[in-house]
Ligand binder design. Structure first.
Ligand SMILES: [Zn+2]
Length: 271
């Protein structure tokens, strides 16, 4: 009869304790599992961002840089708590792709092509607000944490099935760590995307951008007739669902928008 060794029982107990202590709550109240350290992910994000800056063709036109930086600064300016001191950075990639993405640690990349659909500062603020929300809702950590759990499960299975054969265990573990390291570039899932929309529209409203322009942005996206569907669009929820989700936020965010305007927040970012 199989009797678990003390070591295996200890591992299983440790894993349960880790999982129980890792339950967190996202800004919209969705329960999240956070196992990775934010610092570790931020370092990985900063390394990849440095590569992008070194290797990607970057926009050199000052008017475009100033315009996108103006909108980004206004959005980052409404951050609260731990997110105020994050080292937010922006790269503007000189390609016609309609895309934007964010790496952990607040490293935002925008392709020049996004300006073909984000036709004014408010629509661009919807894009930036969405990307910033992925960071403050810790979506990359949540995703990386899921791969940690998968890794732990396979490792324990390998120890039990292989009778503690270290070679097998090591191989399973190595494969999974390589996958986890790449995890920061994988697309976010649908509930994370909807959540980034909901948080992002609040950020733009608090910064004094008209939140209703987020809907215009998505209508422009739908009408954008590129041959290939843009990456940003294809990894995100379908247009009509997301437009309905954004409109549902109007009662809340229009109050925020009016308050921001009353406080003198009136961004003038010009292309
Ligand atoms: Zn997204």
């Amino acid at each position: 009869m199989f009797k678990p060794t003390r070591k295996i029982r200890f591992s299983v107990a440790l894993i349960l304790v880790t999982l129980l202590s890792a339950c967190a709550s996202s800004p919209t109240g969705r329960s999240q599992m956070i196992l990775k350290s934010d610092e570790e992910l931020a370092q990985e994000g900063a390394r990849e961002f440095a590569k992008i800056r070194a290797e990607a063709p970057l926009v050199t036109d000052n008017a475009t840089i100033d315009y996108i930086a103006c909108v980004t600064n206004a959005i980052v300016g409404v951050m609260e708590g731990e997110w105020v001191d994050l080292n937010w950075e922006l790269a503007i990639i000189d390609e016609k792709t309609v895309n934007a993405f964010v790496l952990p640690g607040g490293k935002i990349s925008v392709y020049r092509g996004i300006l073909d659909v984000a036709k004014n500062q408010d629509q661009l603020a919807a894009v930036i607000g969405h990307e910033v929300a992925h960071v403050t809702a810790r979506h990359a950590n949540e995703r990386a944490s899921r791969s940690v759990v998968t890794g732990v499960g396979v490792e324990v299975a390998a120890v039990i099935l292989g009778g503690g054969h270290s070679g097998y265990t090591k191989t399973a573990y190595d494969t999974l760590s390589a996958g986890a390291a790449l995890g920061i570039f994988l697309p976010f899932n649908r509930s994370q995307e909807s959540e980034a929309d909901i948080i992002g529209i609040e950020y733009m409203a608090k910064a004094g951008f008209d939140p209703r322009e987020s809907v215009t942005l998505w209508k422009n996206m739908a009408g954008n007739n590129e041959k290939e569907p843009p990456e940003w669009l294809s990894t995100h929820p379908s247009g009509s669902n997301r437009i309905n989700g954004l409109i549902a936020q109007y009662p809340k965010v229009l109050v925020m928008y009016n308050d921001a305007r009353a406080q003198g927040k009136n961004p003038q970012c010009q292309q």
